[in-house]
Design a protein around this ligand. Structure first.
Ligand SMILES: CC(C)(COP(=O)(O)OP(=O)(O)OC[C@H]1O[C@@H](n2cnc3c(N)ncnc32)[C@H](O)[C@@H]1OP(=O)(O)O)[C@@H](O)C(=O)NCCC(=O)NCCS
Length: 209
């Protein structure tokens, strides 16, 4: 009996740290979105999104379920290693998963690498509501104000006008001299030519033309 109190005390403190450790892992919130670390419940909707040919129109091909699961594992490992990554996005309104917005490190070599890329991919049903732009602004603020990055870039196939528009609305600048051939697309592939947009810390928040 004399040991009962210390035992209870230690158990309570462990419980406290467990609760903190499994907290939702929110990176940033916006009026309509929560951008957070990934949860097991994201796996199925993420795989469904990556299997949709509309969503993957500007990528080499849709992902298999296994590729989607591996992507989440890689993203989460990146968060542990670097402290940033592509965030799972859920709607404040109903907590449904709608895709990702966040930061990543491209794994190929080009004239602008190494660098940190801001990127986004949302389920088609969520498009056209301004969600990508809203989440991207919050991630850019996080990149410059919390992570103290000097510059972020974004790139996409030159035909991907929807994504380019998100880059423009974020205040990113496009220089045609930065365009490049993406090594993940074979020579002659229609989507091989990519455009690069840049955003420097001092430019963020300036009025967008
Ligand atoms: C790119 C993507 C994230 C945009 O999401 P979203 O939430 O619909 O984006 P927003 O609503 O914030 O902004 C989209 C902008 O593109 C515009 N737009 C939509 N279709 C367009 C088109 N065909 N041509 C030009 N602009 C277009 C919209 O009008 C909007 O601009 P506006 O606010 O000035 O009207 C979404 O379409 C997506 O997930 N696409 C597939 C994955 C992908 O391509 N990811 C990027 C790879 S780099």
């Amino acid at each position: 009996m004399p040991r009962a109190f210390p035992r209870l005390f230690i158990d309570a403190s462990i419980l406290y740290f467990l609760i903190v450790d499994v907290s939702p892992g929110i990176i940033v919130s916006t009026p309509r979105l929560v951008l957070r670390r990934w949860q097991p419940s994201d796996r199925n909707p993420f795989a469904a999104m990556n299997a949709d040919p509309r969503v993957m129109e500007y990528f080499p091909r849709p992902f298999t379920v296994e590729e989607s699961h591996q992507a989440i594992d890689r993203i989460e490992a990146g968060f542990e290693q670097r402290g940033f990554g592509l965030c799972a996005v859920e709607l404040q309104a109903d907590h449904s998963f709608i895709g990702f917005i966040g930061l990543s490190v491209p794994n190929f070599t080009a004239h602008f690498t190494p660098c940190i890329e801001i990127g986004w991919r949302l389920a088609a049903r969520a498009w056209g509501n301004g969600y990508a732009s809203e989440g991207a602004k919050a991630i850019a603020a996080h990149a410059f104000e919390t992570l103290k990055l000097d510059q972020i870039v974004s790139f996409t196939a030159e035909q991907n006008l929807r994504s380019r528009r998100v880059m423009e609305k974020l205040g990113m600048t496009f220089n045609p001299d930065d365009s490049f051939d993406h090594p993940n697309f074979p020579l002659g592939h229609l989507l091989r030519r990519h455009v690069l947009y840049r955003l420097r810390a001092q430019e963020f928040g300036q009025p967008v033309k």
